[in-house]
Design a protein around this ligand. Sequence first.
Ligand SMILES: [Zn+2]
Length: 684
Amino acid sequence: MAVLLTIVVAAVIILPQVWRQRRAASKYSQRLVILGFDGLDPALVEKWMREGKLPNMKRLADRGGLYPLRTTESPESPTAWASFATGVNPGKHNIYDFLVRDTSTYLPDLGMVRREPAKFLFNYIPIAKPKIHSIRGGESFWVTAGKAGVRSSILTVPVTFPPENVPNGELLSGLPLPDIRGTMGTFYYFATDLSRYEEGNTEFGGILKRLAMDKGVARTELVGPPNPIVRQRLLALRAKGPSPSDAGRRTMAQLQADEDIRVPMTVRWNRPDKTATIEIEGKSIHLEPGKMSRWIDLDFRVNFLVRVHGMAQMLLMNADNELQLYVSPVNWKPDNPPVPMSSPASFSGDLFERLGYYRTLGWAEATWPLNEDRMDEKTFMDDLYRAFDDRAQVILSRIDARNWDVLVGVIESTDRVQHMMWRFMDPKHPMYDAALAAKYGDAIERVYRRADQFVGEVAERLDPGTPILIVSDHGFHSWRKAVNLNTWLVQQGYMALGGQQPGEKTLDDLFGGGEFWENVDWSRTRAYAMGIGQIYFNLRGREAHGIVSPGAESKALADELGARLLTMRDPDDGAPIVRAVYKRDDVYSGEFLKNASELQVGMEDGYRVSWQTTLGGSPQGIVYPNMKKWSGDHGGYDFATTSGVLISSRPVARPSPSIMDIAPTVLSYFGVSIPASIDGKSIF
Ligand SMILES: [Zn+2]
């Protein structure tokens, strides 16, 4: 009763005050809403709008207009959304790709952020929390506008993790907010029919475990985050160099085995009724096939003093002849994340209190398990709609809060469905399957229609005078064939190999510090490809073993290699593969120019750099059919043919608008002066 009373009293006294405070803070009578749908393609929008399938978007376009929105080189989400936020070209914001490379080791690392691990005194007492820094330069328009008093609500926009401090605003982080393991989404797959050979970590970051049933019970474990104390001890030992003693080597091996925190888990197979019961951390979860569980809280104990809080969902995919269990990536708990995931830091927890559980992982859709054949299309689509709805409910709740002058909300399910389901719209795709296409050929269209319905839900909550902009960061292409750019560089004499062909690279190598470039002879290598379409020169004075002199030699190499790339032909039919090659100094300018690759390759529709190329690998063969379900893409295509979408409910004065134009548009709409460093121009 006392508790109830307290709540009532708090509601009566505190809430109106908060409300008044927020209302009183506004000095603007105008509002603006920007909805982002990642990867929304202009040709598809136009087609389905013409066919009457996107009525709400059409209503807005009829009042203003529908345009292709020029994207960045390369046409990738991190790059383009960073230009969206800052209004500048990548040379000024420093985000060129998902990956960056270390010029002293040539090792790839996840771009966008720099991590500082937590620190422990005596390998026990926590003295410093982990820190994550953004490498993005420039200033977001919500920060510039916020300083001038414009109140903002910024929701799950890519490249907003770690969250920046937003004056007069709130921000919920999007990509690259990781899962509990620090990855873009490590999923788990447990099955009785997995062979020992299949167990382990997959190319795309899944952990597969075989279930050995003993009288219907299997004991296994869920692999949680790396233990920061063990990591700290490992780093200290590695810094000392290889241990001369057996004891030292044993300690090292033991630490390596304990590097990840593991939680014991029991799987009970109730064969007669084809269900399963999972026991984990004292909780018992009953699972029926095909039904996603509620969110399950998971605590990972670093030691007596420190715990990391996460949450996951489970799905029993089969409990008939075999048992197959999927566990989602362990998401951060919004009310107790390892480091803040919103600004103010309490905002993510406030949303949790108000809305309940919502997905926090930046890469929210289950693309990896589908790509690895550990999930079917139906499960993927059901899950994708849940991801969409989670973001939609957060955005709608903030629209209703009306504590903002400008609101920006981004949903990325439109991008993920196109990556995975494009094969069913393209009969020429090697993964086209007529039977599945009959069922899922309209999967992408259905998600576009869901997006349109959401636009309607937003529009009806707003005053008719509030402009709405719908923005996407890039369009889409079919990805029929994969291109090994490094292998081509070897064949053409720009890269030299010595020694054995190394094994294929996995994302686990990337996050776990695996080996890269083992067989590359840097003393004879002039250029190397990494990321999605970037070619870097092995530059003297920059790369550790650079051989190309900056200046005239580098410029001549850019001319020569650029021209040679344009002659690359598909050995199957002689079709051109490369549509354009962009030289660094022609397309970028700014203080981070030095971090850009010398060349950015823009491929023709149908061709994308291979996954192995993105991680620097050079397997056999130049071109091969893309036999993965990840069948549509945009990164590494020619940006000139990969524009995103702009739908404006207000007439647009600027012909051929660019994604860099959105930031200055918002600033000028609120009468805030546009900083001279901004490259874009207002579209109104
Ligand atoms: Zn994408």
